[in-house]
Design a protein around this ligand. Structure first.
Ligand SMILES: Cc1cc2nc3c(=O)[nH]c(=O)nc-3n(C[C@H](O)[C@H](O)[C@H](O)COP(=O)(O)OP(=O)(O)OC[C@H]3O[C@@H](n4cnc5c(N)ncnc54)[C@H](O)[C@@H]3O)c2cc1C
Length: 407
């Protein structure tokens, strides 16, 4: 009797498994939930990543070289300014399309994916959504055609603590004069303009901030040397000094006092992008681990048939799908809680997935002749740039308690 019951439940479990198998196949790329346009962008970015990025990612990383050719090709594909209005040379895509593109590009080359992600989410979208028509003519039109835009919020003494920004903005007739030091500007060495956040009254803390669009060739703008990075090594992050930089009043985005709100709204978007970037890196790590495990034999079997390796691959798959679902949800229903939750989970999961990948490759996991160690290094930064993981958790907690009137 017990045997029959066992057989019955085994059969029903198996039919459940078969059912689940077809669902998993569909869910692998979330294709079933993407509309036609989003699927087309996914395919475009995936093909480009497979043909152009993946074969060159390791070399770019080793040389720590900015991928000019790739960025030029992405411009030609309409992906540098993908969510910008068509009137200004963009494609007018939604955030989910953009996130899907970032994911696929980061799967091919984390550095190129990050450069494209930050140009779009931190600069182009900001000017597109908050700029005046005059600002869009000067600071947007060319930025869908090859010019690169940057975002200068962080400072040597103010990273997570944005309200402590020390860069000053002083009114002077029709101008604002900017003075201070910014740090960690991605793509600033190649960039043509930057959104700079400065305080016009430090005593007002976050209420004293304003956002300015600054041409990189403005007098008094000095850029530092490329920061040598552990991962995403082809990204050029550097510091920037502003010495008596005169900026026309019309280059201020929004009003004086709105800088903090503008920065936070932009970071809500950028966290969707960084989460998608983390999902792409994690997927690349699973791809690497899977193809290695299918080939490598130990104890007379392929690694995939060893329970511990199968468990690791399964954990990797679950972590990627969890992060992807949260990222796509954040991209379609944008709010701080969703984007912080997506970035928190995607960053942590990418690091854990890349760690499994290194382990599955054994000794080769540590060799620069294989991709695993690069994925491991690339994954780590996704818990830092765009806002550290610790802050994302605090933000989710804040909104959770707010929803429950428990603050
Ligand atoms: C490759 C790269 C590219 C970047 N690109 C840009 C860019 O283009 N533009 C830009 O403006 N910035 C950029 N950044 C800067 C990045 O956003 C900051 O490094 C990040 O916000 C953290 O700031 P911080 O480094 O000053 O760390 P800190 O703020 O000093 O934090 C250090 C650690 O302290 C803890 N901590 C701090 N505050 C809290 C808190 N309230 N609650 C809990 N824990 C806390 C966390 O563990 C945190 O990791 C980039 C950074 C890197 C590495």
């Amino acid at each position: 009797m017990a045997g029959k019951t066992l057989m019955k439940s085994a059969k029903s479990a198996l039919s459940g498994l078969q059912c689940a198998k077809s669902t998993v196949t569909q869910m692998r790329s979330f294709t079933s939930r993407l509309n036609e346009q989003q699927q087309a962008i996914q395919e475009l970015a995936r093909n480009f990543a497979n043909e152009q990025l993946k074969p060159n990612a390791s070399k770019l990383d080793l040389e720590g070289r900015f991928p000019f050719d790739h960025i030029k090709s992405l411009t030609d594909l309409g992906l540098m300014g993908a969510a910008v209005d068509e009137e200004y040379g963009g494609r007018g895509l939604d955030y989910l399309s953009l996130a899907v593109a970032v994911e696929e590009l980061s799967r091919g080359c984390a550095s190129t994916g990050m450069i494209m992600c930050l140009h779009n989410f931190l600069y182009a979208n900001l000017v597109n959504e908050k700029g005046t028509p005059e600002q869009k003519e000067i600071f947007l039109r060319d930025f869908t055609k090859g010019a690169i835009g940057c975002f200068a919020l962080s400072e040597p003494d103010a990273g997570s603590d944005v309200a402590s920004i020390k860069t000053t903005a002083t009114p002077d007739g029709d101008y604002w004069i900017l003075n201070g030091k910014k740090s960690w500007l991605s793509s600033a060495i190649e960039g043509s303009a930057v959104a700079v956040f400065a305080t016009f009254d430090p005593s007002l803390r976050h209420k004293g901030l304003a956002c300015f669009l600054v041409p990189m060739d403005a007098e008094g703008v000095f850029r530092g040397k490329k920061e040598p990075l552990m991962g995403v090594r082809a990204v050029t992050a550097c510091d920037m000094t502003l010495e008596e930089v005169r900026i026309p009043r019309s280059y201020m985005v929004g009003k004086a006092g709105e800088g903090f709100k503008i920065a936070m709204e932009q970071l809500d978007q950028a966290r969707i992008g960084v989460a998608a970037h983390a999902v792409g890196i994690a997927q690349a790590a699973l791809d690497t681990a899977m193809s290695y495990a299918k080939e490598r034999e130990a104890f007379g079997k392929n690694l995939t048939r060893l329970p511990s390796v199968k468990d690791r691959l399964t954990d990797m798959c679950i972590m990627i799908e969890t992060a992807r679902l949260l990222t796509y949800r954040a991209a379609t229903d944008v709010c701080t809680k969703h984007s912080s939750m997506a970035k928190y989970v995607a960053g942590k999961n990418a690091a854990a997935v890349a760690d499994h990948c290194v382990q599955i490759l054994g000794g080769r996991g540590l060799s620069t002749n294989y991709d695993a160690e690069r994925h491991y290094r690339d994954a780590r930064g996704t818990q830092i740039y765009g806002g550290v993981t610790d802050i994302q958790k605090r933000l989710v907690g804040h909104f959770l308690l707010k929803e429950h009137e428990a603050l």
